[in-house]
Design a protein around this ligand. Structure first.
Ligand code: GLY
Length: 314
């Protein structure tokens, strides 16, 4: 019998306690992943998720989040949502209350308000400073002009793809949290403010089921961080689960999915965390300059354990 456990990305480590406690008390995997993700969203030192999240091109914070239930294959996701403190809880409400899987922008905000979700200002001195620094770096010290016309002019005069390539690989971050409870039910959660200076309305892989998030009680869970456009193109999370369904181990599936990302021959890094229902965990990255790690915590452990994953070369 596999003990209930929770795992997460590098930035989830200290927050897995909340989920592990939940699992220890007989809570569901969905409750566990939501609880841990909410704490990451509230961490003002993490500029990639929730409070203090990286703003878009116009300095506005647009959040993406998703949550999936591996027993029912039900999912709830929100994209480009503004002004709500816990996008993951809005996504959970979509999973449980909405007749839809995915809501974006004003529609998602309308729904969240109707559901009584907590509203608030996610910007902080840190996020404002990060934005100003990015703008200065990205636009070679052009002035920030409130009319935003300069950005439009800039976009017209440049090769936007090249410019975004430079940016996208350095300034992003996302949290992934996945868990299995005492009933063997699996859940997975992803939350992010997306890539720095993303174009307004841009969605990454995080709110797209099958791209940045997927789980299925029969085979396991897989979530992604990194340049979301790549995971969208390869349906990376679903593909990893599919590889496991075909008989690959979690490690082999993660390795192969990162090879698939290299095959796109597009600039940018991709990372994944994966587990199977036997409790085998792995993380993998296409990056060579950074070690792949993930946190693991079984419900009876006192502290989360940092595990090293695999670096996958082209
Ligand atoms: N993986 C997060 C994003 O691309 O927005």
């Amino acid at each position: 019998m596999v003990k209930p456990f929770i795992m997460g990305t590098r930035n989830a480590g200290q927050f897995l306690y909340a989920g592990a406690e939940n699992l220890r008390d007989g809570g569901s995997a969905l409750d566990a992943v939501e609880a841990a993700t909410r704490l990451v969203e509230s961490n003002p030192d993490d500029t990639s998720v929730g409070l203090s999240g990286i703003p878009n091109l116009f300095g506005v914070q647009e959040m993406d989040a998703s949550i999936m239930c591996g027993r029912t294959l039900g999912a709830g996701t929100v994209g480009a949502v503004k002004g709500f403190l816990h996008p993951i809880s809005v996504a959970r409400k979509v999973l449980e209350e909405a007749p839809h899987v995915m809501l974006v922008a004003e529609g998602a905000e309308l729904f969240a308000r109707a559901m009584g979700m907590e509203e608030g200002d996610l910007s902080t001195d840190t996020s404002r400073k990060v934005y100003e620094t990015f703008v200065k770096d990205a636009f070679e010290h052009e002035e920030i002009d409130e009319s935003q016309q300069w950005i439009v002019n800039y976009a017209r005069s440049q090769n936007m793809r090249e410019w975004y390539d430079r940016l996208a690989d350095h300034h992003h971050g996302t949290v992934n949290v996945m868990a299995m409870d005492e009933n063997g039910d699996i859940a997975s959660a992803v939350s992010t403010s997306g890539t720095a200076l993303k174009f307004p309305g841009r969605l990454g892989d995080s709110p797209i089921i099958g791209a940045g998030n997927y789980c299925d009680n029969r085979y396991g869970a897989a979530c992604c961080t990194g340049r979301g456009e790549l995971a969208i193109r390869n349906s990376t999370a679903r593909t990893i689960i599919h590889y496991m369904e075909d008989g690959l181990s979690a490690r082999e599936a993660a390795f192969r999915a990162m090879k698939d990302i290299h095959a796109l021959k597009t600039y940018g890094g991709m990372n994944c965390i994966v587990f199977d229902p036997k409790g085998n965990t792995v993380s993998a990255t296409t990056r060579e300059d950074r070690e792949s790690v993930h946190w693991y915590m079984a419900s009876d452990m006192k502290e989360p354990e940092l595990r090293t994953g695999i670096n996958v070369k082209p």
